[in-house]
Ligand binder design. Structure first.
Ligand code: TRP
Length: 343
């Protein structure tokens, strides 16, 4: 990780509790979150429930999704002894800093956000103000911890740039150079981008109408094996070199999934399976995927059977998060001229 002058390295990332956590979320995000716990950095991982309410939703479903995502985090190996795991709404400093940032960010900046255009759809007038201000809340999530490194998907790169713009403008406008560090995105590599099992040119997505397109972290062994059996490929055998995957998105995806699950380079997978037909490769991949994913589903179920424990993990995480965030929000308010006389 590169240096961010004058600031300790601190990793922050967030995932929305919107259900259907799948292999793409695991390999592209959560697996990396777990690996970063072992490095010499502080790690904070947040269930961003305040982001989830920017789109139409059901309160009961949200409550469940928040616990389910927390259970998935734990089942994938995020460890409350190594990371701060919490949900956003329990730490009021996120919302406090968002208001300040709403007054720092410019409408023109938000108008350029491509994700808002996608999410708001055709009837932009009917979209919530929250979905418009979404990237400002995201900037507050990161900067309220003075986080320096943010693992995110490619689709969040623009939001990270906005967070940097907000941090710079705050520091400049209020004459507080270096108050907020400029957070660095850690963009997921193409190697960990998992594509749809039905169409290797589209990202694996929780909103794909076909459940066969993704492996859910809650799928059992039979479902996982069946989805891999039906996954899109082509009639050619596997190539022995990576160049041979060009123009073969379905094949490339399955090889990438195998490599990521087995923690080995794609070249090594091809060295092993090159020349073999998919009828030989798919069962090997299915066996590997079942071995890696089914235990996660099992552990998730165990956690979900004990919601009081999940709530206790979140309460503890929120307390530790708050201890960092509240003083930063207070300092930012004071720098911005807002009197805070209660200690
Ligand atoms: N917008 C992110 C996503 O959809 C989730 C998120 C919210 C986030 N706040 C964040 C990610 C802060 C990184 C840092 O993927």
């Amino acid at each position: 990780m590169g240096e961010t002058v004058g600031h300790e390295r601190r990793v922050f990332s967030g995932v929305q509790p919107t259900g259907n956590l799948h292999l793409g979320n695991y390999l592209g995000a959560v697996k990396r979150f777990v690996e970063m716990q072992e490095q010499d950095v502080q790690t904070l991982y947040c269930v961003v429930d305040l982001h989830a309410i920017t789109m139409p939703y059901d309160p009961r479903a949200l409550r469940h999704a928040t616990r389910e995502l927390t259970a998935a985090f734990l089942a994938c190996g995020l460890d409350p002894a190594k990371s701060i795991l919490f949900n956003q709404s329990q730490v009021p400093a996120h919302a406090e800093l968002t208001w300040l940032f709403n007054c720092v960010a410019r409408i023109g900046w938000l108008n350029r956000m491509t994700q808002f255009k996608d999410k708001a759809g055709k009837n932009r007038e009917a979209a919530s103000v929250g979905i418009y201000a979404y990237p400002v809340l995201m900037a507050a999530d990161i900067l309220v911890y003075k986080a320096t490194h943010v693992p995110v998907g490619e689709d969040q790169k623009q939001h990270l740039e906005l967070a940097r713009d907000i941090a710079s403008k705050f520091n400049l406008d209020f004459g507080a150079p270096d108050f907020f560090p400029l957070p660095e995105p850690m963009i997921e590599g193409a190697a960990t981008r998992v594509m749809s099992l039905r169409d290797g040119t589209k990202k694996m997505s929780k909103s794909d109408p076909s459940d066969l397109s993704r492996i859910n972290l809650t799928d059992d062994a039979d479902a996982i094996a069946q989805k891999i059996r039906k996954a899109q490929t082509d009639p050619e055998p596997l190539p022995s070199e990576e160049e041979g995957l060009e123009g073969r998105p379905g094949a490339a995806n399955l090889v990438a999934i195998y490599a990521a699950l087995a923690d080995m380079p794609k070249a090594a997978v091809l060295a092993e399976f090159g020349g073999q037909p998919f009828s030989a490769f798919k069962p090997a991949l299915a066996e590997l995927a079942v071995a890696k994913v089914a235990p996660i589903a099992g552990r998730m179920r165990e956690h979900l059977a004990d919601p009081a424990h999940i709530d206790a993990v979140l309460a503890d995480g929120a307390e530790r998060a708050e201890a960092i965030a509240a003083p930063v929000a207070r300092d930012a308010y004071e720098i911005a001229g807002l009197l805070r006389t209660r200690r």
